[in-house]
Design a protein around this ligand. Structure first.
Ligand SMILES: [Zn+2]
Length: 318
């Protein structure tokens, strides 16, 4: 395994070395037929570009990328690997323009690659948060665009009402004991939707630390404890009667990294993609103690681990 981008490039300078490395990662050196699951004799054909299943009922050819996000991509494998490494390693993310320049693909290709990679950076945590849980909401996403210049306030209003143009609201929750963050994008935050989401993500009996917002009232004394800091009175932390610190500083710190990232790197993002950006930033936050190559592995394993086997074996309509 490589420990930095330089080693990645040195170990995988071309398509062939990438394919060998991928085969090792995917099958631990012993190819398995993705069509029928046969793990006996598999033939290496076409100078190592492809494999052929040795099962008498199958005999199908396949490549190391079949069924993965890399299948059928015109972008060279080594560029994909570099892109994953760069995308997971940059604390505040990277723009498609910059990534394109760094790895030598068009901005359009880089944009596509980033979206594919981001889709994998979604961490599915099924464990509910517990103990002290900080919660806070903020707004981010697209602001007035330059092409609104000259439009009437009514026209701007109308534009902002369409989901892809308006700013989104985001709810962030942080578990105090682990520092893990979970971020959810809403087109607008309503109390019922927020209550349902919180009930799903936070264990009953937990104590919420929030500002004075009325959004959390349905949860208070209704399965959940709540302590508030009054931001409008410039109160940002206090010590509760039981001795622990009441604040939302961990969520606030997360917002600050995410907002700097979005304003500085992506400039503007539309509501349509807001959840993906939330996932990207929470992935980085929740894995911030890992080394870059460890983060790379997590994303990479997610990419090749999800083989749509059913899709592959389903009869094609042709
Ligand atoms: Zn087979």
């Amino acid at each position: 395994m490589f420990k930095n981008l330089h080693e990645l490039i040195a170990q995988m300078p071309d398509e062939k070395s990438c394919r060998l490395w991928l085969a090792e990662q995917r099958w631990n050196g012993k190819p398995v037929c993705p069509h029928c699951g046969f793990d006996g004799k598999i033939y290496v054909i076409e100078g190592g570009k492809k494999y052929k299943c040795g099962s008498q009922t199958c005999y199908k050819k396949f490549s190391v990328t079949v069924g993965t996000f890399l299948e059928g991509s015109n972008i060279p494998l080594n560029k994909w690997l570099m892109a994953i490494y760069i995308c997971t390693g940059h604390k505040k993310g990277i723009s498609s323009y910059q990534l394109g320049k760094d790895i030598g693909v068009t901005q359009k290709s880089a944009w596509f690659m980033l979206h594919r990679i981001r889709a994998i950076m979604t961490e599915k945590v099924d464990v509910q948060m517990t103990g002290i849980v900080e919660a806070d909401e903020t707004y981010m996403g697209r602001k007035y665009r330059s092409d609104y210049v000259g439009l009437s306030p009514e026209e701007i209003d109308y534009k902002l009402k369409t989901p892809q143009n308006k700013k989104g609201a985001v709810l962030g929750i942080v578990e105090r004991s682990t520092g893990k963050v979970n971020v959810k994008a809403f087109s607008e935050i309503k109390r019922d939707a927020l209550t349902d989401y919180m009930r799903d993500k936070v264990e009953e009996g937990s104590t919420l630390h929030t500002d004075e917002s009325s959004l959390y009232r349905k949860l208070e004394h209704n399965g959940y404890g709540r302590e508030t800091v009054i931001h409008s009175r410039k109160e940002f932390a206090k010590t509760s009667v039981t001795g622990y610190r009441v604040h939302c500083n961990n969520v606030e710190a997360f917002w600050s990294v995410m907002k700097r990232g979005i304003h500085g790197i992506y400039h503007q993002i539309s509501y349509k993609h807001l959840q993906q950006y939330c996932d990207e930033f929470s992935f980085r936050h929740n894995h911030r103690h890992l080394k870059d190559h460890e983060k790379f592995q997590i994303v990479f394993k997610g990419l090749i681990g999800r083989l749509p086997y059913k899709e592959l074996v389903a009869p094609k309509n042709n």
